[in-house]
Design a protein around this ligand. Structure first.
Ligand SMILES: Nc1ncnc2c1ncn2[C@@H]1O[C@H](COP(=O)(O)OP(=O)(O)OP(=O)(O)O)[C@@H](O)[C@H]1O
Length: 358
């Protein structure tokens, strides 16, 4: 029988602190024939953290998640959960649960039965099973839905049942593989807030895989940005957005807005690649007045204006070469600039050098 006894008596949100990271990955690699899907990942995730793995399709984040779950074995490296090497253990011998995008609920069972199912397999007694399923359904705000069938529920509700089915095991770590991917945008945004609230309440370490940068920024305590099987940066949402460690991170988390080559030398005054967030740039038609103290400025021509309701985005071709995107809050009507000629200004510290490789 799986050794679940301590977990069953442990109330959620009251985990003993061992001082160990909840998850430690060391030199983790996974090769599929010639593909290096994961190519040397080192990572510590402390207990109780909402941690996201963000990256484009094929960057290796799902493979890392599947190795933590035990669905794939590493080619090299180790996986520790609370200090214990689990690299070679079967999935059911690891104190982790996974929530997938396709909820995989049993259609012929009620919601309550779906949530109880895993406990039944582990031969947990009937009363305890029922109580724990009710508690898990309460956590995901579905306490009144226990008698329904999954087909009688919305996509968001079904995803919450899938979450309850994982939480009922009181795992140390919950792995979530694009769990909101099948939901429409509005519902997805609501669920993002709810999921974060639930994670705070239960205090379980969440590892969340997504390719959606807004989702990662909204929900996470920290984010690892993946590219080609490696982690390019680990940091808080503010760190990753405000101080991207590479041109790749700058482009993937937020809008790519880079100055390089001749235009960097002309505008910044130094060679290199520089990133500037579009919302940090001010735009005006005052071509005569130069940059103020502590400011950098450049002149150019508007090549495109995109009206998006609350914001307006301008594409500007710089006279010094290169192109910058500028986002302005739509506090009034979009400004028409004479002949499309503009001056851009930003505080010097808002354009920062990023390594070129990546
Ligand atoms: N079972 C497998 N056999 C062969 N190649 C695989 C297998 N699983 C993944 N890969 C390859 O490993 C690389 C990483 O895939 P992975 O699914 O981890 O990426 P991902 O970042 O999660 O992408 P997505 O967001 O599309 O799921 C890809 O090139 C993929 O084609």
């Amino acid at each position: 029988m799986p050794h679940q006894a301590p977990a069953e008596t442990r109330p959620p949100g009251k985990r003993p602190q061992t001082g160990q990271p909840a998850i430690r990955l060391t030199g983790l690699e996974k090769h599929f024939d010639k593909v290096r899907a994961v190519d040397g990942v080192d990572l510590d995730i402390p207990p109780g953290e909402f941690f996201s793995m963000l990256g484009p399709s094929g960057s290796g984040k799902t493979t890392v998640l599947r190795m933590i779950a035990g669905f794939e074995l590493p080619t090299a490296g180790t996986i520790e959960l609370e200090g214990k090497d689990v690299s070679q253990l079967a999935p059911f011998d690891r104190d982790v649960n996974t929530v997938f995008q396709d909820y995989a609920l049993f259609p012929h069972m009620t919601v309550q039965q779906n949530v109880e199912y895993g406990l039944k397999v582990k031969r947990v007694g009937k009363t305890e099973r029922r109580d724990r399923a009710k508690e898990a359904l309460r956590t995901v705000r579905l306490e009144d839905f226990g008698d329904r069938k999954p087909t009688q529920m919305s996509g968001g509700q079904r995803q919450r049942v899938a979450l309850a089915r994982a939480l009922v095991n009181h795992p140390k770590v919950l792995l979530l593989d694009e769990p909101l991917g099948a939901l429409d945008l509005k519902l997805r945004q609501t669920m993002q807030v709810e999921l974060k609230q639930i994670q705070r309440e239960v205090g379980i370490t969440f590892v969340f895989v997504t390719h959606d940068q807004d989702e990662a920024l909204t929900m996470s305590d920290r984010i690892a940005v993946f590219n080609a099987g490696r982690i390019e940066q680990v940091g808080t949402p503010v760190e990753v957005y405000e101080r991207p460690a590479s041109a790749f991170v700058a482009g993937f988390v937020g809008t790519s807005n880079l100055l390089s080559g001749r235009s960097a030398e002309a505008v910044i005054g130094r060679p290199g690649v520089y990133s500037i967030r579009p919302e940090k740039i001010r735009i005006d038609g005052d071509l005569a007045s130069p940059a103020g103290p502590g400011e950098t400025s450049a002149t150019g021509s508007v090549t495109d204006v995109v009206y998006a309701g609350s914001t307006v985005r301008y594409a500007v071709a710089l006279d010094a070469g290169g192109q910058l995107s500028v986002v302005r809050q739509n506090t009034s009507e979009p400004t028409e600039f004479a002949d499309g000629r503009v001056r851009l200004r930003w505080r010097r510290e808002h354009s920062f050098r990023v390594p070129e490789a990546g």
